[in-house]
Design a protein around this ligand. Structure first.
Ligand SMILES: NC(=O)c1ccc[n+]([C@@H]2O[C@H](COP(=O)([O-])OP(=O)(O)OC[C@H]3O[C@@H](n4cnc5c(N)ncnc54)[C@H](OP(=O)(O)O)[C@@H]3O)[C@@H](O)[C@H]2O)c1
Length: 332
């Protein structure tokens, strides 16, 4: 088992969470040596000497063998992650936007520099979806992956449904309770869900998909009457991300769908996420858990960090198969 010395980027909701979790787990033989943040003058709940606003202090420190990237700026994250890989450091990230927009390049860099690049927390927070798709579902043929992958919109829809709030009031409540950003566009327009679905598509079906080309409809146009009509039909409105094989083609969509109580996704409420996996042998399976929040997300980051101790990396076997043997794309 390797000892890990971490350079942490970001000390916000998730960054501070993973810092505190690692501090309380000395048995993991993992230390955070330095933390890079944007504003060096903010008060922090950790010793001042570990903080810097100079990325180079982490990226070029030969003692640091892992960079954990947990910043909220996808454009700034990309050069950080690339520089870390070029320095031979493994990387853990939760940044779905940065990953979805640059997946091909990041996979190539992982191979070129022979490091691990893990990102379980980028999709559905605490739910171990990526590693399941990558490892467990390597043999059984998946037919579909669909579910609720965005906690903010699910919270808003749940409040509209159960408390009869209109969209704007439910959004404001989600923001007040920390379940939605002050600029909620990425969530409510389904863009965040598209980032996650493109990452899912790669690990489930081996297909690299441009997230901006996924047909998408958000929830911002939903009216109270739409929710009431659904209730009259004994259904709920849920923002569903769907990746499904149909006649050998992979079909992807993000859109509000009516879900009846015969589908377990109707039980996924508030900030929770849930994903259904349909496969040829196992039929249907269901993963459920918190899609966001400090410690749920930190648990997925921690799992990636632990996996680095035995050198784990995604092998993208389905992607490599799809790309080297094109006929395998047409899974019956
Ligand atoms: N929050 C969640 O529940 C959740 C769930 C799943 C995935 N994620 C992902 O996790 C990542 C972090 O999210 P978060 O909610 O923890 O964000 P956050 O609370 O807004 O914190 C962001 C942190 O990044 C730092 N930062 C921003 N730009 C930087 C830069 N250029 N260089 C160095 N540090 C920089 C900020 O520094 P200052 O403190 O100085 O401002 C802050 O500490 C994002 O990619 C997000 O999508 C979050």
């Amino acid at each position: 088992m390797k000892n890990l010395t971490i350079g942490l980027f970001g000390f916000g909701v998730v960054g501070e969470g993973i810092y505190q979790v690692l501090k309380d787990k000395p048995g993991l033989k993992t230390t955070v040596k330095k933390v890079c943040i944007r504003d060096i003058n903010k008060d922090r709940n950790a010793p001042a000497h570990i903080f810097t606003d100079q990325p180079a202090e982490l990226l070029f420190d030969p003692d640091i063998n892992v960079i954990v990237e947990l910043i909220d700026d996808a454009e700034a994250a990309l050069p950080i992650v690339k520089a870390a890989m070029e320095q031979g450091k493994s990387v853990v990230s939760a940044n779905k936007k940065m990953i979805a927009e640059n997946h091909a390049e990041l996979i190539e860099l992982q191979q070129t520099f022979d490091i691990s690049f893990l990102y379980e927390a980028a999709v559905c927070g605490s739910i171990p979806i990526i590693r399941n798709l990558e490892e467990y579902f390597d043999n059984d043929l998946l037919n579909y992956v669909c579910g609720i992958v965005n906690g903010s919109t699910n919270y808003i829809l749940s409040k509209m449904q159960t408390e009869h709030l209109d969209y704007q009031v439910a959004l404001e409540e989600a923001q007040k309770n920390g379940f939605a950003e002050s600029d909620p566009t990425l969530d409510v327009e389904g863009i965040d869900a598209a980032f996650k679905l493109s990452i899912i598509a790669l690990h489930a079906f081996g297909e690299l998909v441009n997230p901006y080309q996924i047909p998408r409809e958000g929830i911002s146009q939903l009216q109270t009457e739409d929710i009431e009509s659904a209730t009259a039909l004994e259904k709920k409105v849920k923002l569903i991300a769907r990746a499904q094989h149909h006649d050998g083609e992979l079909e992807l969509s993000i859109k509000p769908e009516l879900v009846g109580d015969d589908c377990i996704l109707s039980e996924v409420n508030n900030e929770y996420n849930g994903v259904l996996l349909g496969s040829s042998l196992a039929d249907e399976q269901f993963l459920y858990g918190k899609g966001a929040g400090r410690y749920p997300t930190a648990s997925a980051v921690l799992s990636d960090i632990s996996a680095l101790r035995y050198g784990y990396r995604y092998e993208y076997r389905k992607f490599n198969r799809v790309n080297s043997v094109p006929s395998l794309v047409s899974i019956p």
